[in-house]
Write a protein that binds this ligand. Structure first.
Ligand code: ADP
Length: 425
């Protein structure tokens, strides 16, 4: 794959999709893989995003997985490596951002990189090294109460220093505003001072573009998804709709929804209210008899020729809590996920080739049930949710997937998704 420009390692799945979306918007053809691929990719693209689940696992495991991803990306010919983490810099004093960044630097034989979670479009800015979420410093935002990675310090130089062996420095907003030459000159100064990781300020998209130019040829970039928007120009790539080209859709249409988030509940209600055919999974019936899901899937599949079908477990918080009380939180979740994944598989066996999945965990279970390990990223339906094309052994070929995490998408999302895909044909 001679043209692979950017090899990305993302520390979680939805973060990977977010980055892939930014790269596609910037004009790169992108494939996202679920974990480290076992063999070479079958298609020519400009960027590959390897999605790991390494954000909150022990640091040594995150390092091992990230190094395996890097080895695969280098084998595939990637010219530049990009380690993607959350724009709220989700990490603990032990990592995993610092240890992974330093391990990747060592593997690449480089002594300098940047760290910049800024994504102004989404309200994440870095000013004098302090990360802001909207109008408040990170440690005053909801991130201070995060269950896994509470962020109690907004000063990224300190946060990064606490989890890194090398010295951490700062490229401040004045330097970034002065342009790529000034940024590079500052990199040189920091390097001479023995700094190996530079936090970079960015308060606007223009900053990200200036930074992007300065990053040309840097072996490793570590960042949120925002910095990606400034890199494409380094390879002479400009935004172009063709980057999001997918094969023409075929087959029947279905929606599988296991998300109980506010946005999804409104989307399910809107689909049903507009006359869509919907099949509700009853978790209690399922708990008593696993055949319930199979019967429901068969009934849904029987009516596929009449238009899109929705199978769903989506319920309001009271019903979810009641089930969790009866079955336990974990068991309730995995029971429903496994049933929805089996139903998705059945629908694809019966000819569904356009599948919308609502729910992050539900998407993970469905993708696994379909044997999908690689997604070609297409055009966005709503911000953060693209159509993808994937090869599935269950489909015996290509299936189009839209994997929507809970709170994404407008109310008419399901119909809009199919309309959007039909427009590609
Ligand atoms: P989201 O992206 O909205 O968080 P997820 O799919 O990640 O959605 O998570 C939803 C979780 O809730 C899954 O584990 C799913 O199995 C579970 N779930 C779905 N429907 C129900 C229900 N009716 N009762 C209890 N749990 C449910």
């Amino acid at each position: 794959m001679a043209t692979l420009r950017l090899g990305c390692i993302a520390d979680d799945f939805t973060g990977a999709t977010d980055l892939a979306g930014n790269l596609v918007r910037a004009g790169l053809r992108v494939v996202q893989t679920i974990g480290v691929p076992r063999g070479p990719l079958g298609e020519e693209v400009d960027a590959v995003v390897v999605a790991l689940k390494s954000r909150t696992i022990p640091a040594d495991e995150a390092v091992a997985q990230s190094l395996a991803a890097l080895a695969w990306l280098r084998e595939a010919g990637a010219q530049q490596a990009y380690f993607k983490y959350c724009s709220t810099f989700d990490s603990t004093p032990r990592g995993n951002i610092g240890p992974v960044a330093e391990a990747l630097m060592a593997a690449l034989g480089t002594d300098f990189t940047i760290a910049c979670p800024a994504f102004p479009e989404n309200g994440r800015t870095v000013y004098k090294g302090y990360l802001f979420a909207g109008d408040v410093p990170l440690d005053e935002s909801g991130m201070k109460d995060h269950p896994l990675t509470p962020m109690n310090d907004a000063n990224l130089v300190r946060v990064m220093q606490a989890q890194s062996k090398g010295r951490v420095g700062l490229v401040d907003y004045r330097t970034v505003a002065a342009g790529p030459e000034a940024i590079r000159a500052r990199f040189d100064v920091l390097r001479r001072e023995g700094v190996s990781i530079a936090i970079v300020d960015a308060i606007s998209d223009a900053d990200l573009h200036r930074l992007g130019t300065a990053l040309a040829g840097m072996p490793l970039v570590t960042a949120g998804s925002g910095v990606a928007i400034g890199l494409a120009a380094n390879w002479g790539i400009a935004p172009a709709a063709q980057a999001a080209t997918l094969p023409a859709p075929t087959g029947f249409r279905a929606i599988v929804s296991g998300s109980c988030s506010v946005a999804t509940r409104a989307q399910v209600a809107a689909f049903i209210a507009s006359g869509g055919r919907a099949f509700a999974l009853d978790p209690d019936a399922l708990s008593a008899d696993s055949g319930h899901a199979d019967m429901l899937a068969a009934a849904a599949a029987d009516s596929l020729s009449q238009g899109p079908v929705l199978v769903y477990s989506t319920a309001d918080p009271e019903a979810v809590r009641a089930l969790q009380r009866r079955l336990g939180v974990d068991h309730a979740g995995t029971l429903v996920e496994a049933a929805l994944a089996r139903m998705a598989r059945h629908l694809v066996e019966r000819g569904v080739r356009q599948l919308v999945v609502a729910g992050g965990e539900t998407s993970g279970a469905v993708v696994q049930a379909l044997g999908v390990d690689c997604l070609r990223i297409g055009p966005a339906i709503d911000p953060g949710v693209p159509w993808c094309a994937a090869s599935s052994p269950v489909a015996g070929g290509t299936v189009h997937l839209a994997l929507k995490s809970g709170n994404f998408g407008s109310e008419g999302f399901f119909d809009k998704a199919f309309e959007r895909l039909a427009a590609l044909a």
